[in-house]
Every structure is written in structure tokens, then in C-alpha cells.
Design a protein around this ligand. Structure first.
Ligand code: 6PG
Length: 466
């Protein structure tokens, strides 16, 4: 058999769907999965599923897999992030040749990708960290691909990656080389941070609306919103989820309220501390998931207090405006972390291009993401636009109203609160940080700056002298 132009390692849901996508786009492909218990059937299953057997080679032998690829070899790793990737790289290395290219398509941590890239480049192998978004269907029909690596390596794989990627409204691939080394995985991590918040906002709206509306009615409200500039993939699937029944009952009502996570949301929250950026909304969404996981403790505590709720008439237009407000803040915080990282790591990220890559295929695709291409153009941020500031200021009254409702009906609205608090703090000329400085100087002589003096002048007071 002729050698394959591309190879995929890992035939889990994402890997096999991506492989079907590659074949569907006319590329010859070799696939490999280890023959360990519970996975030994994956290669044969894949080959049986795919009817274009003349363009596909499958094996559970790594040597055979590598030998079946034309050079320079292009290998897409689609396995669980973490040490398994390092183990696989060590198995692969003796079989590879100079200028081969290894692409990690998992949700790897960007610093791990930086390390692997350095390690492999010393051995003449190119390493690409590729964020893949869109879930199983995205992998099959067109994911959003956030590539981090060198121009040379990307040029070798761009035809295949851009062919399988989702297309934007101008039929351009939602796939691009966005920066060097681990930048692609960093961008995917922040994608997931924004995603967590978008999901949490919808969960908080669902909690509020459930005080007065049925699942079907909430689904109708969300479907109507989805016809507006609030349109998004997550709003669309949420409306579908709320109507789905099994044996005559709503599935959503039977699902336990304990949210899981695979780590990308907490990574995106932590990285803000390292960069001195502010992502209060991502942190609130991650902690909301963690709080949900303390189900037993919440059951015990809730039994011990009487939570009398004053149910308030909800104004749907107010809710909609508050949702718009919170989404703008979420996207602002997300893109500002990307801006900070770009500066800190000299990645020269183009935020407008990242928004374009996120307009289709990925989980956070939305009309607002389409609008963000222009809003973020030429290095601008959302808050460089008076129109956005005016909108946020206009919606303050709405978000204050729903936060008040949340307090009255005793519903936790942590993501909405973090959006509002961030905006208020960022638009307050004089914050009480002067007292923080005084306290720090009192017990630690850490000094402080003074109003009306240059920022490089520092002062200290002997606070304890009478
Ligand atoms: C995507 C998703 C995906 C993510 C899963 C699980 O962009 O396709 O973000 O990559 O890993 O949705 O994420 P959590 O388990 O962390 O919610």
C-alpha cells in the first residue's frame, strides 16, 4: 500500500471522528491505537466503519504505523493530556526521522507543550500544540483548530488541518497558526475558560427562570433569544437540552447537580494570577462547579435552615440585558488574558484572528464572536469602543435588578455577581486601595505612593509613633 500523508494516534471519540473527517476530505491516513484491554478493538472497529479502505491503514503496532507514513511524517496525537503524551513521545522518538512533525491535539497544558517542543526540536522533530474545539461532532464535521508552532511546521500540515476545520462566514478555515510553542494550547485553555462562564451564566439564568417557568417555557425563551444577537451554540443546545424527554419525563430533571471538569477551567483561572490579569468570572464559574460537587454537605446544610423564598416576577427583557452585560465582561476578561500572555511570552497574538477562528466549529461560537472580529481589530479591546461602554453602562440597571432578585429568592448568581463587581470596580475612579497601602506600610513598611506625586516616588510613615 502507498504511504499515508497523515497519521492519527488515538482512536477515542475525538481521534476517530477527526480521522473520519481527514479521510472524508480525501487524505490518505494511517491510524494507530495501542492494543491494551478495552482499546484493542478500536482499530478494527474504525477500519470497519470506514468504507474507503484503500486510503486507510490501521494497526496496533507503533512501528508499522510510523513506517506506513510518507516523510516528513505528520502525526496527530489524540490521546488524554498528561504523562501519557510524554510516554508516547518516548516510544515514538526512536522511530522518527529528522523534520518529522508531531501534533498534540489534546487539551494539554501550554507549559507542557513548551517543554515537549524544546525536547523534540533538539532531536530535529517539529512539535505543534493544537487546540481542538467542537467536541465529537466538531471533530467529525469541522472543529476550530488553534495552532501553536513554527511557520515551517505549520506549512507542512496546513493543507490538511485547514481542509478538516470548520469554515467561517467567508468560507475561510477556522484554523490558523496563532502563535509559537504552547500558544495554541494556551488559547484553547482560555477558550475553555470563556466556555465555563458562558455555561455558568446559562445555568444561573435557568435557576432564576425555573422559579416561574417550566423547562419547555424556558426553552422557548432561550430559543427566542437565540434568534437575536444573543445567538450562540451554547444557548442553542441549552434550549434543546431543556425539552429533551425520556419515558415522558424531562432528562434535565433527573440529572444530579454535581458538575465535573477536566481541568482546563481551573488552569485558565490560575494563569490570571501568574499574569496579573483579572478573570473573576472564570474563577466564579470554576468555584460554582466545585461548590456543586459538595452535594452531601449542601443537602445537610439546606435541611438545617429554612430558606423562605420571596418569588419575584421576572422581567425577561431585564434578564436578557443582564445576560448581554455578563457575556461582554466574560469575553473581555478572556481576551485580556490572551493580550497579557501575548505580552508576557512575546507571542504577538492577533486577538481578532483568534475571534475569527472561534466563529465556527468551537463551543463558544456566537454572533458576539463574529462581532468581536471587528471589535478586537488592530489590537483594540472591547472597552476601547464607546458603544460597548455605553451598552454596559446602560445594562447596569438590569444586572443590578437580577442580582437583587437573586438575593430575594436566595439563588446563587456567582457569575453574574462577578461580572457586575468587576465592571463597578473598573469604572470606580477611587477605590479603597489607599487603606490597603497604609495597612501594608504600617505592619510591613512596604511604602506607598502619593496622589499628585510621580508613580516612581514611594513614601513610608512611622504609624506607631504618637
Ligand atoms: C471543546 C471542549 C472540550 C472540553 C470538554 C470537557 O472545546 O470541545 O471545551 O475540549 O474538554 O468540554 O471540558 P470540562 O470537563 O473541563 O468541562
Amino acid at each position: 500500500m502507498a504511504k499515508s500523508v497523515f497519521g492519527v494516534i488515538g482512536l477515542g471519540v475525538m481521534g476517530s471522528n477527526l480521522s473520519h473527517n481527514i479521510i472524508k476530505n480525501g487524505f490518505s491516513l494511517s491510524v494507530y491505537n495501542r492494543a491494551v484491554e478495552g482499546e484493542a478493538h478500536l482499530v478494527t472497529d474504525f477500519l470497519n466503519e470506514d468504507k474507503t479502505e484503500d486510503s486507510v491503514f490501521g494497526t496496533t503496532q507503533l512501528e508499522e504505523f510510523v513506517a506506513s507514513l510518507e516523510r516528513p511524517r505528520k502525526i496527530f496525537i489524540m490521546i488524554k493530556a498528561g504523562s501519557a503524551i510524554d510516554y508516547l513521545i518516548d516510544q515514538l522518538l526512536p522511530l522518527l526521522s529528522e523534520n518529522d512533525i508531531v501534533i498534540d491535539g489534546g487539551n494539554s497544558y501550554y507549559e507542557d507543550t513548551n517543554r515537549r517542543k524544546t525536547y523534540l526540536e533538539k532531536k530535529g522533530i517539529s512539535y505543534i500544540g493544537c487546540g481542538v474545539s467542537g467536541g465529537a461532532l466538531g471533530a467529525l464535521n469541522g472543529p476550530s483548530l488553534m495552532v501553536g508552532g513554527t511557520h515551517g511546521a505549520y506549512n507542512e500540515v496546513k493543507v490538511i488541518l485547514e481542509s478538516i476545520a470548520a469554515k467561517d462566514k467567508d468560507n475561510e478555515p477556522c484554523c490558523a497558526l496563532l502563535g509559537p510553542e504552547g500558544s495554541g494550547h494556551f488559547i484553547k485553555m482560555i477558550h475553555n475558560g470563556i466556555e465555563y462562564v458562558e455555561m455558568q451564566l446559562l445555568a444561573e439564568l435557568y435557576a432564576l427562570l425555573s422559579t416561574q417557568y417550566s423547562n419547555n417555557q424556558i426553552a422557548s425563551i432561550f430559543s427566542e433569544w437565540n434568534e437575536s444577537e444573543l445567538n450562540s451554540y451554547l444557548l442553542d443546545i441549552t434550549a434543546q437540552i431543556l425539552t429533551k424527554k425520556e419515558n415522558g419525563t424531562y432528562i434535565i430533571d433527573s440529572i444530579l447537580d454535581k458538575a465535573g471538569n477536566k481541568g482546563t477551567g481551573s488552569w485558565s483561572s490560575k494563569v490570571a494570577f501568574d499574569l496579573g490579569s483579572v478573570n473573576t468570572m472564570m474563577a466564579s464559574a470554576v468555584f460554582a462547579r466545585y461548590i456543586s460537587s459538595f452535594k452531601t454537605q449542601r443537602e445537610i446544610l439546606s435541611e438545617q435552615i429554612s430558606t423562605k423564598r420571596e418569588v419575584e416576577e421576572l422581567n425577561l427583557e431585564t434578564l436578557k440585558s443582564a445576560y448581554k452585560f455578563a457575556r461582554i465582561i466574560n469575553h473581555y476578561q478572556g481576551f485580556e488574558i490572551l493580550r497579557q500572555a501575548s505580552k508576557a511570552y512575546n507571542w504577538s497574538l492577533n486577538l481578532s484572528e483568534i475571534a475569527r477562528v472561534w466563529t465556527n466549529g468551537c463551543i463558544i461560537r456566537s454572533v458576539f464572536m463574529e462581532q468581536s472580529i471587528d471589535l478586537l481589530n488592530d489590537g483594540q479591546s472591547y472597552l476601547d469602543h464607546k458603544s460597548v461602554i455605553n451598552l454596559l453602562h446602560k445594562f447596569e440597571v438590569d444586572i443590578k435588578d437580577i442580582l437583587g432578585t437573586g438575593l430575594k429568592v436566595r439563588i446563587s448568581l456567582s457569575a453574574f455577581h462577578s461580572a457586575y463587581d468587576y465592571w463597578i470596580a473598573m469604572t470606580t475612579k477611587r477605590l479603597p486601595a489607599n487603606l490597603i497601602q497604609a495597612q501594608r506600610d504600617y505592619f510591613g513598611a512596604h511604602t506607598y505612593q502619593k496622589i499628585g506625586h510621580s508613580y516612581d516616588e514611594f513614601f513610608h510613615t512611622n504609624w506607631e509613633t504618637i
